[in-house]
Design a protein around this ligand. Sequence first.
Ligand code: FUC
Length: 769
Amino acid sequence: MLLSLFYMPAIAQQKPLKLWYAEPAKLWEETLPLGNGRLGMTPNSGLAKEKIVLNDITLWSGSPQDANNYEANKSLAAIRQLILEGKNDEAQDLVNRDFVCKGPGSGGAQWGKFQTLGALELDFDHNGVQGEPAIPKDYRRTLSLDNALATCTYTLNNVKYKREYFTSFDDDVNIIRITSDKPGMINCRITINRAERFEVSTEGQELQMSGQLDNGTDGKGMQYLARVKAKLSGGKLSADQNSLVVKDATELIIYVSAGTDFKGFAFKEKTQEILAAAIKKPYATQKARHIANFSKLFKRLSLDLGAGQAEELPTNFRLSAFYKQSDLDPGMAALFFQFGRYLSISSTRVGLLPPNLQGLWAKEINTPWNGDYHLDVNVQMNHWPVEVSNLSELNLPLANLVKGLVKPGEKTAKAYYNAEGWIAHVITNVWGFTEPGESASWGAANAGSGWLCNNLWEHYAFSMDLKYLRDIYPVLKGSAQFYKSAQIKDPKTGWMVTSPSVSPENTFYLPNGKTASISMGPTIDNQIVRELFNNVITASKVLNIDAAFRKELEERLKTVPPAGVISKDGRIQEWIEDYKETDLQHRHISHLYGLFPAALITPTSTPELAEAARKSLEVRGDDGPSWTIAYKLLFWARLQDGNRAFKLFKEILKPTLRLDINYGAGGGVYPNMLSAGPPFQIDGNFGAAAGLAEMLLQSHDGFIDLLPAIPDAWKAYGNVKGMKARGNFTVDMSWRDGKITAYRISSPLAKKVKIKFNGQIKEITSVKG
Ligand code: FUC
């Protein structure tokens, strides 16, 4: 077969990417997510009662606080000494006493919660049939990933109804359009509500909901406002005290404009201006512009892994079928991958906030884990697919959040470690929290800030954007300064290590049988420090600045522990001592950070460590909350075991309706394809999307590797266009029977690049443009 650098066969017109269902959503976990990076909505498409949960990514309770214990550093020497003496349990008591944040931390009202904005409800009177109407015919609701558009269609009493929903990427409002194919058949009451802290009123024919959240101090926290207006063809619109009433309309378009005063946003004026502009526009133009704006990002990449008959099934049935017999539905992986990209585009936007634990979709006030940002894997995982899947700019909101942590993190570094630079520990919120968490067992992990720097670095590695690198250099440097000045020498090995720290959320047995989490130099910290120092060194060379600091880091690197130490039983050691973990299948697998997202452990450059990583994974098992399964998928992809990675992909698509807070086995997916920890946590979606990409393309080891971990299930045929590799290369490729048949590597300027495919590495020159 012809193999060519320049030739790419025309891509067969890709089938529409769609989720669809034959009934209304009964649970929120069946509703379909729409979002434009600021506003979100999840309609249930109920027949008699439509409930649309609303979100605004900036809606947070709580407020900024200084929870640093400025006396903490006085206990530092004692804590470190106890650890050196092997009395980690006693050190842990001291950490709990002196080395946690002041106050209740994430359990307090000042910490805050990302929470739902509320719900828009439409109570329909289907031509006189009140309450749940007679069985409709041809009910169908869909979500188009290509167009970021949801629909619901049904026939009732011989009238065809259609609802169309989108969160406009053009007008920045939520839009719901309802039509009937016979004149005057739309009758409904429109209301809006939330569980607490709200007032509803009407002003003329505008429905409003407003309120103020708790800031945790004087109660006067963030303010918000939602405005709802309706436009009709035919019929009559009226307003009463707290609802809009639609009578005998043929077309009803509802606009929801919402905002908060986050960062001083003039939400009252802005929501009005935005609404006025939106309502003026013809619907067709509005919808076309929405699709065009969304598509600019979404259409950058196409992936075809073949199709099967299962595609015709409603998505909930398709998921069940896939779990039972995955080989009949090769397209499922492409759908889930593109759903991940869809969710990225929908849950963040340049200039605003990164996706939180639930992206921007929360159905309640008490969001699990406050819907905040966890820095010991979760928020980082949320960003793992964006570079490789050609959505690079969606990394920037995270970079902004991280920049905002530098100042408070400098205070925390001084208060606790008497160190230079900045640190953030395990959790943060939109209020810039960097202090340790409220419990030693997880709160004192040092990995957070360094791990965030990996995300910031990857944006540079993929984009090669020097202006960006210059901009973030002080952030990376400040983080490196922290680790450098906070490290202590382990007298046994001579290595320079963090202390006190925690291997995220994990616990071990001490030789005396007691347990502890506090230790010095957990493996993840050592890997993060090694990677970060190397990145700062590279950055300072590329930017030609800071030679003195670069030298210091080069010196220090000589005493930083290696990327991994192999334990007696052949695994990567999680701690500096070969402790036994209390839970062999613990969900966190932090000591494999060097395998992913870092590139310190690879099958080619460090085969022994790669083998030890494999053993670690075998012992940890394949189950856990969904993010864990996604992380394991990524690890197996990096170990280039395509079939094992595919098995984990199957695991992450295990259908579930569990809603409990799970820390162990049992992750999966809800009918709406959102990832189930349980509960809903979006990192599983993003981690899996990143993992699927990693099976098709890798670029962390000095060359671009095409199909490094392709499973048997995808071998027959495949085609991808628009994936990204480090160095700002764009990769298109096709394959048959597991062998590359055509590829094209392009970049803004033609340059030399090494590429590996079909078992050989060769150097080529990329195509310009
Ligand atoms: C960490 C994880 C949990 C969960 C939570 C949001 O605490 O250990 O599994 O993902 O973050």
